[in-house]
Design a protein around this ligand. Structure first.
Ligand code: PHE
Length: 460
């Protein structure tokens, strides 16, 4: 099978595809808001530390594992664990996780698409009106947007790795960078914008406590698309002669840089419309930030730049968010799709139809969390707490299973596959790797304190 396995045509193709996966809604709003609330520059430093010293080794392990096994996570762990059946469990988990996260990510992507369509039609005033978002999530037009987004994902993935994922990323990612820069420049020219920059960057170490630190690690993990089987799958499409280590570093740097720059768009925009914003009370959720906050920001600009320019800014913003979301969605749906192709021997087209139908149906269930079907809106749990399907997916998969999957890959590398094999795999395409500081660091950390730290986060 590995002989005809579809591959990325080049290192840059891989880097853009993996960066496409990593750069998502988490970067555009999740990160900037978390940084501003949790100590500004101090949070940035902690976050950057985690990216370099905890996430990068896990990332390299995922990519190395995938390339060695030439399979999706489901087959990868099995292939490299020889006979030991229990080591197939991490593979099963790393296949279910992306599937479940895909559903919650799909809901948000569909909303972004809906807001993009509305802002393109010149309806900025409507989407910025109080209560619009609450009505929107329960509107039946959701189904129409859902079908459109599913078709777009299907269209990209049906082209396969090189003609689909890589080709789309090569076009969409540069477009994303340009749109982000345009937005930053535009926002920074507004009055009071620099107050936002100040809140974002000036460090306040008094805000740092245990929960901020573990929150920074979770954010970094999610942002780099770790623990979702994505980098195992993309790694399996990476050519043997190409350099995983340098590519991984570039993906991590790109993702972090985009998150950082996104802060220069988000915070100044918030302060430009309200210089008295209290950073402590900034909304917690990326979701309300995108859909309730941003349209208001753009509409508030009407007075100074006029309705047309304000509407154009809204269109650019929602296009940017949509591009960020769709390239992540593609990567996450590729994981279970690849598993179906391998396990069942079906064609890519057929596997995609199965996936799209499943994801669409479950997305409809998840989207009804917002009131459409009361049964799904609230479940009562033993503590008496009520939660929606949507919240349950986030709690279980984002907060708990992601660090668990990271922990499992470290344990797998330490006890079954062996770190020497990982090192050898990472040296393909980079013969000098074993002598580098990074290699020494990975050798020590991946079998000791990285799994320990991830275990602590998981247990918490
Ligand atoms: N890295 C993405 C983000 O920051 C998260 C993600 C990737 C989610 C892939 C789903 C699929 O938003």
């Amino acid at each position: 099978m590995s002989a005809q396995r579809d591959q990325f045509s080049s290192k840059i193709g891989f880097i853009l595809a993996a960066a496409g996966s990593a750069v998502g809604i988490g970067n555009l709003v999740g990160f900037p808001v978390a940084a501003t609330k949790n100590g500004g520059g101090a949070f940035l430093l902690i976050y950057a530390f985690f990216v370099a010293f905890i996430c990068l080794p896990v990332m390299l392990a995922e990519m190395g594992l995938g390339r060695r096994a030439q399979r999706s996570p489901l087959g990868s762990y099995k292939a490299l664990s020889k006979d030991a059946k229990r080591w197939s469990i991490p593979g099963v988990l790393a296949t279910i996780t992306p599937f479940m996260i895909a559903i919650f990510y799909m809901v948000i992507t569909v909303w972004i698409f809906g807001f993009l369509v509305q802002s393109l039609m010149g309806n900025l005033r409507q989407i910025a009106a109080p209560g619009y978002f609450d009505a929107f999530v329960n509107d039946h037009s959701f189904l129409l947007y859902l079908v459109a987004v599913t078709l777009i994902v299907n269209l990209i993935l049906s082209g396969g790795v090189r003609q689909g994922i890589e080709r789309a990323s090569k076009f969409l990612m540069p477009a994303l960078f340009v749109m982000l820069l345009v937005m930053v420049v535009f926002v920074l020219t507004l009055d009071n914008a620099f107050m936002g920059v100040e809140f974002y960057l000036v460090p306040d170490f008094s805000k740092i406590d245990g929960s901020v630190i573990s929150g920074a690690l979770s954010q970094a993990f999610f942002s780099l698309s770790l623990g979702m089987g994505i980098l195992i799958t993309y790694g399996s499409y990476f050519r043997r002669s190409d350099d995983i280590v340098t590519s991984g570093k570039l993906v991590a740097v790109t993702d972090t840089a985009v998150a950082f720059v996104a802060g220069l768009m988000t915070l100044p925009a918030i302060f430009a419309i309200n210089p008295n914003t209290n950073p402590e009370t900034l909304t917690d959720s990326s979701v309300s930030m995108i859909f309730s906050f941003f349209p208001k920001i753009f509409l508030a600009l009407e007075g100074s730049v006029g309705y047309v320019v304000a509407s154009i800014a809204a269109v650019v913003f929602f296009t940017l968010a949509f591009v960020a979301a769709i390239t992540s969605l593609v990567s996450i749906i590729e994981v279970p799709t690849a598993a179906i192709i391998e396990q069942r021997g079906t064609s890519r087209k057929k596997a995609l139809v199965i996936m799209c139908v499943l994801v669409t149906l479950l997305t409809i269930v998840a989207s009804t969390s917002f009131g459409l079907v009361p049964m799904f809106t609230e479940f009562t749990f033993y503590g008496g707490a009520t939660k929606s399907v949507f919240d349950v997916i986030i709690d279980v998969f984002y907060d708990t299973i992601l660090p668990l999957n990271g922990l499992l890959i470290c344990l797998f590398v330490s006890w079954r596959w062996r770190k020497e094999n990982l090192e050898q795999e990472l040296s393909e395409g980079n013969t000098g790797y074993p002598q580098t500081f990074l290699a020494k660091y990975v050798r020590i950390s991946i079998t000791t304190f990285i799994p320990l730290i991830l275990a602590v986060v998981f247990i918490n």
